[in-house]
Write a protein that binds this ligand. Structure first.
Ligand code: ZN
Length: 98
């Protein structure tokens, strides 16, 4: 499934609610789902983690279409040719600290 296909599913299902809620509150829901994903990682239950990952992705899609940003095009633009910093696949950047 393409990102644009996933976006269509979320848009068809939630667009009216998302538009009436607006960007700031929709973004808040996205952040809440990131928190739930963090908690699910502690459980190490793959079903729970998968569900939370899907929720995070769904809310991210809502935020992006409310902002009229084509997430699929942006993803391809930034990551379509490998790491956006070093330009390599796999990435050859030094490891992140922490
Ligand atoms: Zn890199």
């Amino acid at each position: 499934m393409l990102i644009s296909e996933a976006e269509k599913i979320i848009k068809d299902t939630y667009e009216r609610r998302d538009r009436s809620r607006g960007v700031p509150l929709t973004f808040l829901h996205f952040v809440e789902e990131v928190g739930e994903l963090a908690r699910s990682l502690r459980s190490k239950n793959k079903d729970d983690i998968g569900r939370e990952l899907a929720d995070v992705f769904a809310w991210l899609l809502s935020v992006s279409y409310l902002l009229e940003i084509d997430l699929e095009a942006e993803f391809v633009r930034y990551y379509g040719k490998g790491c956006p910093k070093c330009g390599s696949t796999p990435c050859k950047c030094p490891p992140l600290e922490g």
